[in-house]
Ligand binder design. Structure first.
Ligand SMILES: Nc1ncnc2c1ncn2[C@@H]1O[C@H](COP(=O)(O)OP(=O)(O)O)[C@@H](O)[C@H]1O
Ligand SMILES: O=C(CO)[C@@H](O)[C@H](O)COP(=O)(O)O
Length: 469
């Protein structure tokens, strides 16, 4: 029996087909999404149809969708989107986040209410922005979904009979759902938007959303409830207690599966739920793999050559320090920040030093993320490195220096899509726990002497930028 898992992430859609019982890979495909921080969801649907073409779903008995978290998909009474979705990395609602925090009585009140302090990424702030800036669109909105909710709904029939569903994991990133209570905070949604909006029913981790009823796709009997991409990655990796996953995709994330919810009033750690009934404390940066993409483009080289250059320079990049806030930043919360390259001299203005500084700067943001998790008593027994940029030999070699501990790199793969496929297999099996699909046995461990000096210079540069030096 075969299952399929879909990852509809920021830069593209990926699909994997695996055997339901063992997880053995069978086939895979991917299709890109257009760039930008707002996007018409029909592009996600078209990418999903593209990866399902050419017999991809032949013999598949269940399918699940995981997607980028937080995106605001507002629908009207006919089920049409009222405007392009605002994505997790769209910073226009930063002011709305500040207002919402003040209105509820400060960050601690939010952390206690929903496990997270609003920043521009969270859906609740996008709803406030919509109400304030696009009253005509806001007036048409009847329902709010997240990217994975919308795709799952379309798969199961959409306006032709699908029920809008979500799961705890993705719901926990909205800012109007309490993972600790397992319930929506409709009062917070109403306070943000000015009136009620319909929200999808929160189904259980192994529930079925229905059969595939979308035109142009085979009538697969089981669509699992789906989840957010980070929750799916944890499920795909089989992350256990003590595992901290560092993912270097469009976003940089550090997260762990936890038995208890977190409520960090500093706002650094967002207290999400996972895809199995547990919790997923997570730190997210806006600047990860695409920092390297931009650096390589600037130097006029491909990613392989960029990595080779980075390894040519010594640790510390001859004194260069990159603050990688190329898309603003979410953690730390600096939505209007821009990047900064400190320490330039005539001697160090070389491609190797610049490439090294880009890799080190990106990784320093993630090292701070891991520290924020440990400050919330999240145990770190080992660090697992995944995501597109983990394919870079330079990143793999430099990561243990900057993270200050050995780094386990599982075989490169699509762990979000794998998690979605494993959830589909779980829905099919109807068991209490997801099927055992083996572990990260093919992982390689990278070790190196820690480079605390690099992090100290980074912290100084960051403090100078934020005026806290
Ligand atoms: N060998 C590599 N070296 C560095 N970056 C890479 C490499 N391969 C892929 N990437 C980068 O990984 C990113 C995509 O990662 P992925 O985890 O698929 O992101 P997302 O899930 O956010 O769409 C792209 O920015 C791409 O340039
Ligand atoms: O906002 C977050 C997590 O809170 C991001 O991690 C998004 O879920 C997008 O992920 P990628 O496209 O980078 O996988």
């Amino acid at each position: 029996m075969l299952v399929a898992g879909v990852d509809s992430s920021t830069q593209g859609t990926k699909i994997v087909v695996r055997r339901a019982d063992t997880g053995e890979p069978v086939r895979a495909a991917q299709a890109p999404h257009p760039d930008g921080t707002e996007i018409d969801p029909r592009h996600w649907w078209e990418a999903l149809l593209a990866v399902c073409a050419d017999g991809m779903l032949e013999g598949v008995s269940a399918i699940g969708v995981a997607a980028q978290q937080h995106g605001m998909v507002a629908l009207d009474s006919a089920g049409e989107v009222v405007r392009p979705a605002l994505l997790w990395n769209d910073n226009r609602s930063a002011g709305a986040a500040r207002d919402l925090i003040a209105e509820l009585g400060g960050p601690r009140a939010w952390a206690q209410a929903v496990g997270s302090v609003p920043v521009a990424s969270l859906t609740v702030t996008k709803l406030r922005w919509l109400a304030e800036h696009e009253p005509a669109n806001a007036a048409r909105a009847e329902r709010v979904l997240l990217p994975h909710d919308w795709l799952t709904w379309r798969l199961t029939g959409g306006t032709g009979g699908g029920e809008a569903l979500t799961d705890r994991g993705d719901a926990s990133g909205t800012g109007y759902y309490s993972p600790a209570e397992g319930a929506y905070r409709t009062d917070l949604l109403r306070a943000a938007f000015g009136r009620d909006l319909a929200t999808p029913r929160v189904a259980g981790p192994a529930d079925t959303a229905g059969p595939v009823r979308a035109a142009g796709l085979p009538g697969i009997g089981t669509v699992s409830v789906g989840t957010g991409d980070n929750m799916a990655a944890a499920l795909g990796l089989g992350a256990g207690p003590g595992d901290v996953v560092v993912s270097l995709g469009t976003s940089g994330t550090a997260f762990a599966v936890a038995e208890e919810p977190t409520a960090d009033p500093s706002g650094l750690v967002t207290g999400f739920a996972d895809a199995t009934g547990r919790f997923l404390p997570l730190v997210c940066t806006l600047n990860a793999a695409r920092v390297l993409d931009a650096g390589a483009r600037m130097l006029g080289v491909d990613l392989a050559e960029f990595g080779r250059l980075a390894l040519e320079a010594p640790s510390g990049a001859h004194g260069l320090t990159l603050l990688p806030y190329l898309d603003g930043e979410r953690t730390p919360n600096l939505p209007d920040a821009t990047g900064r390259l400190d320490g330039l001299t005539r001697a160090n203005l070389t491609p190797p030093a610049i490439a090294r500084a880009f890799v080190e700067g990106m990784l320093c943001g993630l090292a701070d993320a891991v520290d924020a998790l440990t400050a919330q008593d999240v145990p770190v027994r080992r660090v697992l490195l995944i995501g597109g940029a983990a394919r870079s030999a330079a990143v793999r070699a430099i990561a243990p220096q900057i993270l200050g501990r050995p780094v386990v790199v599982p075989e490169p793969g699509e762990y979000v899509a794998d998690g979605a496929a494993r959830q589909a297999a779980w829905a099919l099996a109807g068991t209490a726990e997801p099927p055992e699909w083996g572990s990260t046995a093919a992982a390689e461990t990278y070790e190196a002497d820690p480079a605390p000096g690099v992090r100290e210079r980074y912290a100084q540069a960051r403090a100078a930028l934020t005026g806290t030096a």
